[in-house]
Design a protein around this ligand. Sequence first.
Ligand SMILES: Cc1cc2nc3c(=O)[nH]c(=O)nc-3n(C[C@H](O)[C@H](O)[C@H](O)COP(=O)(O)O)c2cc1C
Ligand code: SF4
Length: 429
Amino acid sequence: MMAMERPLTEHIHPGRAPLDIEQYERLGGYQALRKALTCLSPDDVLKEVTDSKLRGRGGAGFPTGQKWRFVPRGDATPKHKYLVVNADEMEPGTFKDRLLLEGNPHQVIEGVIVSAYAIGASRAYLFVRGEYHLATQRLEQAAAEATSRGYIGTTILGSPFSLELHVHGSAGRYICGEETALLTSLEGKRAIPRAKPPFPQASGLWGRPTVVNNVETLCNVPHIVNRGAAWFRGLSSGADAGTKIYGASGRVRRPGAWELPMGTPLRELLEDHAGGMREGYGLRALLPGGASTSFLTPAHLDVAMDFASVEQAGSRLGTGNMIVLDDRTCPVGMLANLEHFFAQESCGWCTPCRDGLPWVERILRAIERGEGRDDDLDILEMHTRFLGPGKTFCAHAPGAMAPLGSGLACFRDEFERHIRDRACPWSGR
Ligand SMILES: Cc1cc2nc3c(=O)[nH]c(=O)nc-3n(C[C@H](O)[C@H](O)[C@H](O)COP(=O)(O)O)c2cc1C
Ligand code: SF4
């Protein structure tokens, strides 16, 4: 492997203004677009991305080339197809896309244009979290600069390819990040998920073929086009290709985000990059990829942070941005806070999620206050089954159950102690 290449963040310097278009071009920016439009067919780009083994960075890890292949091709397909960039990033504990959006907006824009070319999209939407004001402003500025250079618009660089690009603010709900709810919201309706199939690639925005990809996913595309699939695969020594922007929050010495080879061990992330636990705090457990993943414990520190390894350990890589739980914070209180978020963000479409999540939150708060009852743990466990995978319309409810189910298993003693002693042992510490 080439020593610690960081293609996505090489030109990002937090606290400093991002590269403007001239600086970006001087450093090789928009060369992938030029190469794609002048030397490669859309199928060539698609093949390179497929061969690179790039997997989506939005949480589920779906292979990007495979997703793009589902888009109908050829003359008989609808005139308009869409590419939608999921920059909603409301997952608690996750801030990797913000780094990319604010830090190098031209990289995002170039990734979007090249990807739109590969799938034959005539219009691209960047759907940006409502609170990301700076990111929105920088994207709009970058899009204006790219338009003035002829990288966006009609017959780009003299090729037959044309693209309209719109920066669009999110409606401010977590569910807007779920790809089908995002599309419904973009159509101006209440953000509720749609049934799949049909998948967006066949029938998405306004019923037309649509690809939804995460920001980090698309930022990889110009680098793959420039340097090739084999180079991209070689960035990682593990099963999954490329680099990953990992992150850590909680009581660690240096909370932050770092681009590292995909499959970097959890221990290295926590001890070397996050600097270990803060003085006086020990590691109790962590959620490896945002709030909707299952807890891992100190016994899992040697797990490689790639999709398959984290799944084998009983969780999900998710966004790769971990939330660390220390040994002086009440795990019941932490779960109550998380479930408050999930309950508040339920779109209300299906009963188990709409009514179950507030019930879960009420029980957790009661246990935390020392008012838990003996049968509360059974009721919570029942919810992990009734709101589990396949029981609700979208993955919001199963995501909410991931920390709860694993928390009940990991912190059983703590739950029982709260109920038995009718008090929170951690209050006032
Ligand atoms: C409740 C919920 C919220 C989500 N929020 C986001 C988000 O903010 N950003 C994101 O990229 N994906 C989010 N996803 C995943 C998307 O539905 C989708 O899988 C992803 O955007 C696909 O991009 P990728 O293939 O590039 O990973 C969310 C999923 C669910 C169920
Ligand atoms: S699981 Fe929750 S968020 Fe998803 S559709 Fe049902 S009610 Fe809405």
